[in-house]
Design a protein around this ligand. Structure first.
Ligand code: ZN
Length: 377
């Protein structure tokens, strides 16, 4: 199916009297999450498409540039739903005009079929290679096989969101009180073996599009993302066996409540931070830690001591635990920023408190010497 064939038939049945550019824009808004200003980003990021450009697409087909920019951001379900909302009679008329291209088309399936065609047109216009039926079948068998073998592992690695550049869709949704996994397992480098290091869980939409995409640049990006995911997973595994007192959640709840006045009364000069983090090597981390320590150190220390006295936490124990987390990551040769993030993440997993408060707590322990050793000259 070609765009110049499909579009006029869609317009006839779905445009409700709108002109070509208006209907085209409306159709694109339904099939992609990319906004109009970004449809043809490569040429002019600020410009929306002119009516004339749109008319030329309708005559000659979509440009590779436009298709390439939207192909990983398609929302076929939204288009299907919108066509399905039309009356059965108008869908029947729509299907009648298309039956010459697909004999099985009818009022019930016209919405899905038209969406599928449009998706294929965009994929092919973007330079992706379509698969024949046999390839599709083989692919489905391989995909379900990989999902069975490695699905759980790879899903955990993604933290539940599609890691594809610019996507981030949820890979698990809850429906009627049940968690449903909506992901597929894809090869990263399609010429290499199906080992876990070369596999990634992603949403079905990104999976289907990447399957047809042979871009080396994209593959390189996915490899980088995979490295980040697996390094993070390794660190989690390193820290999983180490305990952390749940009482720390009480500390964070009290930090959250601290107001400007209480904090401004208790500013602190964090000289020690400079002995552990070098501003030239870890500038961002150094600045963040210094800032948090200056603002929060004195009040957090009070909170810790009070909670220790009332028996809600064992302060010595928490200090030892945090130090143990640090030692484990240090032994694995992790860089400072990663160590900081992983300890904050561990606190987040134990307490489910916002990441920023967990970072404030780690900064406290940098100043109080459980995290990071003094830099030796
Ligand atoms: Zn995705």
């Amino acid at each position: 199916m070609e765009f110049k064939t499909l579009f006029p038939i869609m317009k006839k049945h779905l445009a409700d009297g709108d002109d070509v550019p208006y209907f085209f824009r409306e159709l694109m808004a339904k099939i992609t999450t990319v906004s109009e200003a970004d449809w043809a980003k490569g040429k002019d990021p600020s410009a929306k498409l002119s009516d004339n450009t749109i008319r030329s697409y309708v005559k000659r087909g979509l440009s590779k540039n436009l298709a390439g920019n939207i192909v990983y951001h398609l929302t076929p379900k939204i288009l299907t739903r919108s066509i399905s909302k039309r009356s059965p009679a108008s869908r029947a008329l729509f299907a009648e005009d298309l039956v010459g291209y697909e004999p099985t088309i009818n009022a019930d399936n016209v919405a899905e079929k038209v969406t599928e065609w449009l998706e294929q047109i965009i994929q092919e216009s973007a330079g992706l290679i379509p698969q024949d039926e046999l390839q599709k079948q083989q692919q489905q068998i391989l995909a379900s096989d990989l999902k069975k073998k490695y699905g759980d592992y790879l899903l955990a690695e993604t933290d539940g969101c599609c890691p594809f550049p610019g996507c981030g869709r949820q890979l698990t949704i809850s429906k009627n009180g049940k968690a449903i996994h909506t992901f597929e397992v894809s090869l990263i480098d399609k010429s290499k073996a199906t080992t876990p290091e070369n596999l990634m869980a992603m949403c079905p939409q990104c999976y289907a599009t990447y399957l047809l995409d042979d871009s080396k640049k994209l593959m390189a990006e996915l490899k980088e993302i995979k490295t980040v995911l697996s390094t993070h997973k390794q660190s989690i595994r390193l820290l999983d066996d180490l305990p952390l007192e749940k009482g720390i959640v009480g500390v964070i709840k009290r930090i959250r409540k601290l107001g400007e006045k209480e904090l401004s009364d208790a500013s602190f000069e964090p000289k020690e931070v400079k002995q552990k983090l070098s501003p030239s090597q870890d500038m961002v981390l150094y600045n963040a830690v210094t800032n948090y320590v200056t603002t929060y150190f004195i009040r957090i220390k009070e909170i810790m001591i009070n909670l220790d006295k009332s028996g809600e936490i064992d302060y010595d124990e928490i200090q030892d635990q945090i130090h143990a987390l640090y030692k484990k990551l240090k032994k694995a040769n992790k860089p400072h920023l990663e160590i900081f993030n992983e300890i904050a993440d561990k606190i987040h997993r134990v307490t489910l408190q916002d990441a920023i408060f967990c970072q404030i707590v780690v900064s406290y322990f940098v100043q109080s010497c459980e995290v990071f050793d003094a830099i030796t000259e």
